[in-house]
Design a protein around this ligand. Structure first.
Ligand SMILES: C[S@@+](CC[C@H](N)C(=O)[O-])C[C@H]1O[C@@H](n2cnc3c(N)ncnc32)[C@H](O)[C@@H]1O
Length: 1008
């Protein structure tokens, strides 16, 4: 719209037109509004344009001057002053510069282009649109929650932008040594120090903007509750927020002082306030069709859907479903009664003496509640709320409820939360539940804090006034410190966050995590949910006894790298109850209807860890396990109708992994008896090639790859999707130009060209050395399969595999070459190769089959490395074997039985041999399927199971593809689908057709 407007102005200018002519152009950017030129004179004031909304209400007035004329020129000032007084909302413009006045106060201005060049700036146009939007808001009534959420989301995005600009400017001013109060920076820095060390300006602006909007919505809600006819004003926001939430109250206090903030920020906040004051809360509530208590939360969801859909999906407003929360609360109640003999369970008001060291100096003894409860990842507060509801529903003396709430409930409920918006909501929800019982100065013990940072040092706050936001931030930290250090926490429950790439690397949690470390496993333990389990365990240890109850990812139950974690938990706790949510074998990651959390793919479990101190210190606790399988409704019904019941069966804990899942002991015994692990069969193993810049160094077309690499070497330009950090790694152009073009096994049955240089991972260098061995092949397999597919995670290839060659969701692939390659040395005049099988392994095979091992056989009285590899491959592809031992094959290096005798060896060797010759054959093409094309471009891929055609655009296809072939998978990779989809937008040429027919050949014959 902006370029059109500027072009129109330029054309008009070239006609040497009058001021009137430009008004027609101006109307083009005032779309949807009715404009009257030169309306009736108001006294001495003859305004140029009057603007009406679509409903015929006067919205504002415009005074125009000549194109580009200086608006600050003295000659206009007297007139402008008069107009500002006369017209409540006024725009003064020379068609390029615009000034917006409300009640004679300049609320914003912008310049769309300069007169000489007519160069435009989109950001100024955005400002113009926003100022205009603000002028129209007075006339819009909001009664539909979706429209309201949308409008608020637009404004919050703008607010975020303005806050970010302000932060950047303050950073620069500080650097330049300018002296002023850097309020926003001071908040950011303190926030960073105490809560989120990694937060950057954009994230901080985001958090701040959301808190403002959400807090204002909450205040509007409170104002409506107090008096449905009240007029909502920005200055009222702070007063409306209950005392139980002092941080938010303070936050709004600082926001009501507009002098603390930039003009642009204030403007947006005013618009948000205007939107809310024009909101009909009665209609919004009626339209949300919810109980009052949930309105604020559900509105937040609707809001986030427009504001940041990705955020909603990722970190989410995946608040914990009430069925899960209620199940955990009643489970905790049951355990407190049954295992700790606390008659009133979670409602208990029992007190005990507690001694602690205050300020690292003074020994203090106090009388405190025994059943202190903490949700360390409070989110919107569902666990604390469910606890309140549970207790209230069982409370026998309604007239004493208020007294109980004050004396024995609020002091026992504690919550930690990191994100301001969730924190705000947690407070609001609890307030709704308890507002009738609160005393004026009661505050809830829900604190804004980073749980995993442990106690935080608070600097001297003497210089800060109580009314300062930073002072309140410190108060939050002090409150959280009190819960951590001065209180016995007996119950910890919640739904910790999952983040495999946890940013919480502080000393406190890193120290605690040492108990969980397992050789080379720090990566897989670096998940926030594991750290939250460790933290809960620590608090219970500190207290001496108690219950830790979480819903979390279930990967800790049987991941091999988490065996030390399981051992540590077994040492601390007497009893562990696990309710695992499983899926039937057809389950795949797309099956949303089975998931407990619709947006979280990882399977989950509920666990209760109980420490009563009844077991001896060195003894391991017991694990009781049960599973619930089915769709979400079934699972929720189960939770609703059951508690910690007889479904939980004690499981045998088997060394050294100590899995927390039920394993069939007899089956496990057969699996590990007289069998070998790939870990010990091979001398050398490696992960596949990892680049972190696939888009630059890997391509299915050799020419494309060469062009990309040489462009990068010349210009430093990175293709789309490659992170900038690659540049730093690739700085040494010399070492890059020594790179080699090779081929790798990128995905199952999909070989690609690869530029091997210092840009990519160096860990597989040795693997590339082994590549020189004659007849070299590689066995790829998984050490731990965390995906949802049954064990089918093995492939023989001619090329070194890529890091996730079984599909990105299947995780890291490991591989072992058949041979090792050595340079010439003291005893070898020439380079030479030897078997990569360990001698112990080949000796064992000899013992079983009565043949010696020899890689240069002269007759069939010996067996070779290749024979052994075929035997292994035959076994790992045997359906009976893999389905019987699926669970075990998936949870560590796969194991294979030793052959009983030569016949046994031969039968599997031949199976493996047949499959190997198919999988390593890159030249045979399928002759059953035909390529039929009217257009060679791969655009829309679809498989039609009725006529067995695989279409790659609307008209062209490969025929005779069966459903079984289309669905055939190795690991998470579906070769036919993945090969063709990853070449989208390419045109099939003869070589590509042959290559794909070879993939079809491999798939068809693998099935047979
Ligand atoms: C799964 S949500 C909990 C949902 C909550 N049970 C509810 O129903 O609303 C996890 C929460 O942990 C918070 N969180 C993440 N990391 C945290 C940390 N280090 N300290 C405290 N809270 C954290 C997130 O902001 C999020 O609100």
């Amino acid at each position: 719209m902006l370029p059109h407007y500027l072009k129109a102005l330029k054309d008009t200018q070239s006609r040497n037109a009058s001021e009137y002519s430009y008004r027609t152009d101006l109307k083009s950017i005032l779309k949807g509004l009715t404009i009257t030129d030169e309306p009736t004179k108001k006294g001495k004031n003859k305004i140029d344009m009057e603007v009406y909304t679509s409903k015929g209400l006067v919205s504002f007035y415009i005074e125009t001057k000549k194109l580009g004329e200086d608006l600050s020129a003295k000659k206009h000032q007297e007139q402008f002053e008069r107009y500002k007084k006369e017209f409540k909302k006024l725009v003064i413009t020379n068609f390029l510069d615009f000034e917006f006045y409300r009640d004679a106060v300049l609320i914003g201005k912008c310049s769309l282009a300069d007169l000489k060049t007519f160069t435009s700036s989109q950001s100024d146009f955005d400002t113009f649109n926003n100022l205009l939007d603000g002028f129209l808001l007075d006339h819009i009534k909001f009664s539909n929650p979706i429209l309201l959420a949308k409008k608020l989301a637009d404004k919050t995005l703008l607010l975020k932008k303005e806050l970010l600009n302000s932060l950047i400017t303050e950073d620069q001013e500080l650097e330049q040594g300018i002296k002023k109060k850097f309020k926003l920076l001071a908040y950011r820095n303190e926030f960073k120090r105490m809560l989120l060390n990694e937060i950057d300006n954009a994230q901080f602006a985001d958090l701040y903007a959301q808190t403002i909007t959400y807090g204002l919505f909450a205040s509007r809600y409170y104002s409506f509750q107090k008096d449905p006819t009240s007029v909502f004003k920005r200055s009222d926001a702070s007063n409306l927020i209950p005392n139980s939430n002092p941080l938010l109250k303070q936050f709004f206090d600082s926001i009501s002082k507009s002098s603390d903030l930039d003009q642009a920020i204030n403007l947006v906040i005013d618009d948000i306030t205007m939107i809310l004051s024009n909101t009909d809360m009665k209609d919004i509530i009626a339209n949300l069709k919810l109980a009052n208590n949930d309105i604020v939360i559900h509105f937040y969801e609707t809001f986030l859907e427009h504001y940041d859909p990705a955020l909603r999906a990722s970190m989410g407003v995946w608040y914990t479903p009430v069925e899960v929360v209620d199940y955990i609360v009643k489970g905790v109640d049951y355990l407190l009664k049954d295992k700790f003999n606390i008659a009133d369970g979670i409602s208990s008001s029992e007190k005990q003496d507690f001694t602690y060291i205050q300020n690292k100096k003074t020994l203090v003894k106090k009388d405190v509640h025994k059943v202190q409860i903490l949700d360390p990842a409070t989110g919107t507060g569902n666990f604390l709320n469910s606890t309140i509801n549970f207790i209230k529903n069982n409370f026998q003396y309604p007239s004493l409820w208020k007294e109980y709430v004050n004396k024995d409930l609020i002091p026992r409920l504690n919550g930690f939360e990191l994100m301001m918006p969730s924190y705000v909501m947690a407070h609001m929800k609890m307030y709704e539940l308890l507002k009738d019982c609160l005393n004026a100065d009661d505050r809830f013990n829900i604190y804004l804090t980073n749980t995993l940072n442990g106690s935080v040092e608070i600097p001297q706050t003497a210089l800060l006034s109580v009314s300062d936001l930073i002072y309140q931030l410190h108060e939050e930290a002090l409150g959280a410190n009190r819960v951590r250090e001065e209180q016995p926490v007996m119950v910890i429950m919640g739904n910790p966050p999952y983040n495999r790439d946890s940013k919480n690397q502080g000393e406190f949690i890193t120290d605690l995590m040492k108990d969980y470390y397992f050789k080379g496993s720090s990566g897989s333990l670096n998940d926030d949910y594991i750290k939250f389990i460790r933290y809960g365990q620590h608090l219970i240890e500190q207290n001496g006894s108690g219950v830790l109850a979480y819903i979390s990812s279930n990967s800790f139950l049987n991941a091999n790298t988490m065996q030390n974690m399981r051992k540590s938990l077994l040492k601390t706790f007497d009893e562990i109850y696990v309710l695992n949510f499983t899926f039937d074998s057809k389950w795949n990651q797309e099956n949303v209807k089975d998931r407990i959390f619709t947006t979280v793919k990882a399977p989950v479990c509920i666990s209760f860890f109980v420490k009563t101190n009844k077991k001896k210190q060195n003894e391991f606790g017991k694990v009781f396990y049960t599973e619930v399988k089915g769709d979400r409704k079934f699972k929720f019904d189960y939770l609703d109708q059951n508690t910690l019941n007889d479904d939980f069966k004690e499981i045998a804990l088997i060394q050294p992994e100590y899995y927390f899942i039920h394993q069939d002991n007899d089956v496990h015994k057969t699996y590990i008896t007289d069998s070998f692990s790939l870990e010990t069969a091979f001398k050398f193993k490696s992960t596949g090639v990892l680049t972190s810049c696939d888009a630059l160094v890997i391509d299915h077309n050799e020419n494309n790859l060469k062009v990309k690499v040489s462009t990068y070497l010349k210009t430093g330009d990175l293709p789309k999707g490659v992170k900038d950090s690659v540049k730093e790694r690739g700085q040494d152009v010399k070492s890059l130009s020594n790179g080699k073009f090779r081929k790798i096994q990128y995905r199952v049955f999909d070989t690609r060209h690869y530029f091997d240089s210092s840009l990519t991972d160096t860990r597989v260098e040795k693997l590339f050395k082994e590549e020189q061995a004659k007849g070299q092949i590689y066995l790829s397999y998984k050490k731990n399969c965390n995906d949802k597919y049954d064990f089918k995670h093995t492939l023989l290839t001619n090329r070194i595999p890529e890091y996730v060659s079984f599909g990105a969701s299947a995780g890291t692939v490991h591989c072992s070459p058949l041979y090792q390659y050595h340079d010439a040395d003291m005893t070898h005049a020439e380079p030479y190769q030897i078997s990569n099988f360990t001698q112990d392994f080949t000796d064992q095979i000899t013992l079983k089959i009565g043949k010696d091992f020899n890689d240069n056989p002269i007759d069939d009285t010996t067996f070779s490395s290749l024979d052994a590899m075929d035997y292994i491959y035959g076994y790992l592809n045997d359906k009976t074997y893999t389905s019987t031992y699926n669970q075990f094959l998936k949870s560590n290096y796969p194991r294979v039985p030793y052959p009983k005798d030569l016949d046994h060896f031969e039968s599997y060797r031949l199976k493996g041999n047949a499959l190997r010759s198919i999988h390593l054959d890159d030249s045979t093409q399928d002759t059953i399927s035909k390529f039929t094309a009217t257009d060679n471009k791969i655009s829309k891929v679809s498989f039609n199971p009725i006529d067995n055609k695989l279409f790659f655009n609307n008209t062209s296809y490969f025929d005779n593809i069966t459903n079984a072939m289309w669905e055939f998978k190795i690991g998470a990779s579906q070769p036919l689908k993945n090969w063709i989809e990853s070449r989208k937008d390419d045109d099939f040429d003869i070589d590509m057709v042959k290559e794909f027919l070879n993939v079809i050949y491999k798939v068809r014959n693998s099935i047979h």
